[in-house]
Write a protein that binds this ligand. Sequence first.
Ligand code: PLP
Length: 393
Amino acid sequence: MDYNLSDILMGLGEERESYAGAVAPPLFQTSNFSFADTQKMREALQDEYQHSIYSRGKNPTVALLRQKLAALEGADDALVFSSGCAAITTALLSHLKAGDHMVCIRKPYSWVTYLCEHILPRYQISVSYAKEGTVAAYEAVTRPETRLYYLESPNTFTFEITDIAGVATLARSRDIVTVIDNSYSTPLYQQPLALGVDLVVHSASKYLAGHSDVVAGVLAGNNAMIRRIYHSEYLAFGAVIQPFEAWLMLRGLRTLHLRLEQSSRNAQAVIQAIDGHPAVRRILYPFHPSFEGYALAHQQMKNASGLFSIELNTDDPAYVVAFANHLKYFLKAVSWGGFESLVFPAYTFYRFDQPPENQISWKIVRLYCGLEQSMVLVNDVLNALNHISHGRF
Ligand SMILES: *Cc1c(COP(=O)(O)O)cnc(C)c1O
């Protein structure tokens, strides 16, 4: 990391002397801001990017958070939304219009698939999927009217890796905007802007906020793009983060590096312990040597985080159910990035009445390792695997 993380997390943007020396930043839980006189009000209304007028625009608690997020991501500025999906939708709709075409990674976050399949077509925006994460795969589906590449690397159920620098270079040569979902890695483990990507989005509901008590999203990029989006889609759609959620996220960010490290260390301890277990057919993790994207992942990521999947060695869904039920410390829940470990079997959303080609196999179980002690999680997963490999359930 070539910046001082402590400066960003502890000091950047904190003007403690202006609020009685308070160590924690103030929460400006207000919808609007008043002015001393009409002239000052006029000044503010001429430039809503600089001035606090109404909390759909600039709010000081949110502004502090924006500053820290932008610095972490190596961006000029960042906007914070009421969800990751709001950040993604805003990024896409701020660059696409009728007649445009977009290329998307093959298996993006589920609601991005929905957006591509059901909403964008209503506005005559067409979408193609790159069949893999290579430059050639993106080139193959690019058209003269392609305006945007949407990436997610790794994605968060099967962890396919995209050649970020390669695809970004191709995009620049064709005047195509690149957007990447960096939720899995956080800016601490991967810096897509430095690899040539234009805009980074996050589901801050995961690691950035980090305590399973906030739903929020981030969009980061250069000044010109962020300013344009702020004055247009950000203010017009209005899916902005609320001050209290921004305050919680500031609090969560203070420990981002510690949480991420512990979560990642736990995942790697579990993976090491279950590697080669007869009940496990495959481990899907960017930093596992058997993983297809391993070399590329090492090239562009500093580390892999605490989320991975395993494919169970079975042809009977009952094994998947028994495995997940036998885990004591992994809550059965969606999402990830919080303090608690989670298990999410693909079985829970798999449609047995539909063809398997475009589905994630029901044999795949996603595990998120939280902040528990490593041995607790290692033993829990080993016990559950031993339980099903003996067929006693
Ligand atoms: C959760 C998630 C999203 C959606 O974010 P929300 O905050 O739930 O709207 C987008 N991308 C990834 C990778 C996610 O995990």
